[in-house]
Design a protein around this ligand. Structure first.
Ligand code: NAD
Ligand code: ZN
Length: 366
């Protein structure tokens, strides 16, 4: 079948919109007609080959759409179902069956390998195979095949043009807070970085009832926006020492919970120092493979703190995405305020606006 897709061809190079051929769905796959796809910072770093998904590739991993065809073994979907796409996981390894599919033993190959597990690629450009299966979906395509397992059915009246980012950026930030940090009402949370992931984490902290929510960034406009959305305090770490500022706001104690969405080693170190005794900090920001960060094991030993590395909010998508939709419907998780939509053909503008910070969460519409 002929489809339209944005192809990543080389680092730091605009995606190329081309007509490709999509193969037929396998027995365990569904073909999804894409309605929308979010653009995530991770698309840009894979285009730039921080992670070596083979190029040329169709990237995109925040897809939402409608089931157009189903493979012969698929029993849980029918043509016309509305779906949000989530990262791929095998479903049978010890981590998947213990409820942690984001730590699937095959997570890297399934999501970054560039093909199905049998080596086949779904997209063909006049005889040249184009890498597919990015995060199990390659959603920068008008039509794609995904394993039924990584599609999440949503209601027939669900606003598909908004929901794609629930499959990555929004799930990552909010899941890190709601699933991993689990603040109780009245506790304190600091979030480093006020991009889509950080603000989703902040909204998760608001929904959890945290009463001190400190947002740290170096861009004043983003901090102002964070305040409008529920931050109780903001810290510009270009102007002041973030650790000192957080200690001052918390009466010298530090915060119960913290989230680093920057992946900047110096910021990670700040996060470890901003935690209260028995606090818990999470890293979700991506850094190049091999990046190390300083960690004062001498001072911190007696602090009782925990540090976790978290992928995709440690979420079980079929459980967590409906929860986020429900919170959103009740007005308790207004993630739509982060979204700006673009025509699919303007996808390179969406990448540029994400990189410059003009747009927090771009979503391209097909
Ligand atoms: P973004 O670029 O929109 O936001 C990053 C924010 O960090 C920006 O507001 C920026 O101003 C701020 N920042 C940068 N350097 C800083 C510094 N030194 N001090 C304070 N603030 C600083 O990106 P995003 O979409 O929010 O994604 C955040 C990160 O999460 C990316 O690295 C992305 O690849 C990663 N990510 C990880 C997962 C995961 O599963 N762990 C999933 C999705 C995204
Ligand atoms: Zn992502």
């Amino acid at each position: 079948m002929k489809i339209q897709a944005a192809v990543a061809t080389a680092p730091k190079t605009d995606l190329d919109i081309r007509e490709l051929t999509l193969d037929a769905p396998r027995a365990d796959e569904v073909t999804v007609r894409m309605v929308a796809s979010g653009v995530c910072h991770t698309d840009a770093i894979v285009r730039d080959q921080w992670y070596p998904t083979p190029l040329p590739a169709v990237l995109g991993h925040e897809g939402s759409g409608v089931v157009e065809a189903i493979g012969s073994d698929v029993v849980d979907f029918k043509v016309g179902d509305k779906v949000v796409l989530a990262p791929a996981s095998c479903g049978v390894c010890e981590n998947c069956i213990s409820g942690h599919p984001q730590y699937c033993v095959d997570f890297y190959d399934l999501n970054f390998g560039g093909s199905r597990t049998d080596g086949s690629k779904m997209f063909d450009d006049n005889g040249t195979a184009i890498s597919s299966n990015f995060f199990g979906q390659s959603s920068f395509a008008s039509m794609t095949n995904v394993k039924a397992r990584n599609a999440v059915k949503v209601a027939d009246d669900a606003p598909l043009e908004l929901l794609g980012p629930l499959g990555c950026g929004i799930m990552t930030g909010s899941g890190a807070v709601i699933n991993v940090l689990q603040p109780s009402p009245g506790e304190s949370v600091a979030v480093f970085g006020t991009g889509a992931v950080g603000l989703a984490g902040m909204l998760g902290a608001v929904a959890s009832g945290a009463t001190t929510i400190i947002m740290v960034d170096i861009v004043p406009s983003r901090l102002e926006f964070a305040k409008e959305l529920g931050a109780t305090h903001v810290v510009n770490s270009k102007e002041v020492d973030a650790v000192e500022a957080i200690r001052e706001i918390t009466g010298g104690k530090g915060v119960n919970y913290a989230l680093d969405t920057t992946g900047v080693p110096a910021v990670f170190s700040q996060m470890t120092k901003a935690l209260a005794t028995l606090g818990h900090g999470v890293l979700v920001g991506a850094a190049k493979l091999g990046t190390e960060a300083a960690f004062d094991i001498g001072t911190l030993l007696t602090s009782g703190i925990q540090i976790s590395m978290v992928v995709e909010g440690d979420a079980v998508p079929r459980e967590f995405i409906p929860k986020l939709i429900s919170l959103h419907e009740k007005g308790l998780f207004p993630f739509d305020k982060l979204v700006k939509t673009y025509a699919f053909t303007d996808i390179n503008q969406a990448f540029a606006d994400s990189e410059s910070g003009v747009t927090i969460k771009p979503v391209v519409l097909f």
